[in-house]
Design a protein around this ligand. Structure first.
Ligand code: S3P
Length: 231
């Protein structure tokens, strides 16, 4: 076999070749996910951006035009497709892991890193961009109540928990990489699981009847990820 050039990482240079990031809005999933992907030399995928690309709509527009249930169905379709990939860091939306089916799908493929932050940090980070889930009542109250409501889902899915509060992205990434090495030691089979070609098999049912979204999503995944830029 021809030896790899020295600039191509061997698989043992990194703990995993697939990892998902979850956590509440504003915990830094996109930013940290992107930095983590650079560190591990993996491709960065943000499920919200995939949904926007497939629908040609912004997330708040999807909520306004079709409602939350449709958005959640799209989310599950995209999550399913990320299981077929390898060499990726997958950043999910804040509500993705609230659905049990999404938790099962992600956990079947590899580690799920849950990022956390204080309600104050989350408020500061989310107030400039529209988040449909926070547009109900007083935003700080809403953040606190939604965080409490979702805490069991984040707890249930976490392979690893890391705080993204008031810390340099590099330090957060250091913690994640260290935690992923320990996780991979403890879960050697799952760490080398590889792509799941037929994720439907572990689904409890069809998450959506919207086949056109599914077809478009297939096409988008075949095209490959968008040219990457810093989120
Ligand atoms: C949502 C979080 C958002 C986006 C949508 C719904 C949620 O993603 O998926 O607005 O339910 O928490 P971010 O966590 O990236 O803001």
């Amino acid at each position: 076999m021809t030896p790899l050039p020295s600039n191509v990482p061997h698989e043992h240079d990194r703990p995993v070749t697939w990892v998902a990031l979850a956590g509440f809005m504003g915990t830094g999933k996109s930013r940290i996910g992107w930095e983590l992907s650079r560190r591990l030399r993996l491709t960065f995928i943000d499920t919200d951006r995939v949904i926007e690309r497939v629908t040609c709509l912004k997330i708040p527009e999807i909520f306004e035009l079709y409602g939350e249930d449709t958005f959640r169905a799209y989310e599950t379709e995209v999550v399913r497709r990320t299981l077929r990939l390898d060499h990726v860091v997958v950043s999910t939306g804040g509500g993705t892991v609230v659905r049990e089916v999404n938790r099962q799908l992600l956990q079947a493929r590899g580690p799920v890193v849950v990022l956390s932050a204080s309600p104050e940090t989350i408020y500061k980070r989310t107030r400039r961009h529209r988040r449909p889930m926070l547009e109900i009542g007083d935003p700080t109250e809403r953040i606190r109540s939604l965080m409490a409501e979702r805490a069991p889902a984040y707890d249930a899915v976490a392979s690893l928990r890391v705080s993204g509060d008031d810390r340099e992205a590099d330090d957060v990434v250091d913690d994640i990489v260290e935690g992923l090495w320990s996780w991979a030691d403890q879960h050697p089979e799952l760490a080398r699981r590889g792509p799941i070609a037929e994720p439907e098999k572990i689904m409890e049912g069809d998450p959506t009847s919207n086949t056109s979204f599914a077809e478009e999503a297939d096409a988008a995944f075949l095209e490959g990820p968008e040219p990457e830029s810093l989120p």
